[in-house]
Write a protein that binds this ligand. Structure first.
Ligand code: COA
Length: 171
């Protein structure tokens, strides 16, 4: 089962709680995470609070804290789209990447997402085309490359995971 693949690495996913606000603010403004963000700029506490409160409310956005043996190590976020889809954004904090856990984490997160959003059919990842490790992790998690969509930036690729993966893998 997929969740046990995550557990095998000592990873757990839990929905964010109000006490995570400061940690997520600090992470969001780490240079490595800023470089991955769409705006590529640091954010203010006020901007963070607006985003965080929406994320906590959770009707269109679902955020999980990734913990490794109870220590917070990363974040997975799903943003709902029309036609029963969602985008996924994921990061492990510096020092926690490159340990071979990417695919299990991504798959586990998708399984969790479809178990909560029961009508979710597909999940899309948009990744910079030079982010080879991330692309590999999504591919190994069962994401397939798609032809470039209209809103896709030139230097990004789009990969998509389908709920039917869960059925075909027997999870
Ligand atoms: C994306 C991310 C979650 C993947 O998790 P990870 O634990 O670091 O990934 P892994 O260690 O499992 O590596 C994934 C694959 O990339 C391969 N890889 C590692 N470095 C690589 C490189 N420089 N070039 C090509 N492949 C590489 C690994 O060998 C592995 O492939 P394998 O499973 O066939 O061995 C993590 O790297 C991360 O948080 N990165 C920063 C944030 C980010 O880029 N997010 C994605 C945008 S949404």
């Amino acid at each position: 089962m997929i969740d046990s693949a995550v557990a095998q690495f000592g990873l757990t996913l839990r929905r964010i709680r109000s006490e995570d606000k400061k940690t997520l603010f600090q992470w969001r403004n780490l240079d490595e995470i800023v470089a991955l963000s769409s705006t590529r700029r640091h954010i203010t506490w006020e901007e963070h609070c607006l985003w965080f409160n929406k994320a906590l409310e959770g009707s269109r956005c679902m955020v999980f804290l990734v913990e490794a043996n109870s220590k917070p190590v990363g974040l997975v976020r799903f943003d709902a789209k029309e036609t029963h889809g969602s985008t996924i954004s994921i990061y492990l904090i510096p020092g926690e990447t490159g340990k071979g856990r990417g695919a299990a984490l991504i798959r586990g997160a998708c399984i969790r997402a479809v178990s909560i959003w029961r009508r979710l059919q597909w999940v899309e990842a948009r990744v910079r085309s030079d982010n080879y490790r991330s692309i590999k992790a999504f591919e190994r998690a069962g994401f397939a490359h798609q032809a470039q969509g209209q809103e896709l930036l030139d230097d990004h690729v789009s990969l998509r995971w389908s709920r039917s993966n869960v059925v075909s893998e027997g999870a």
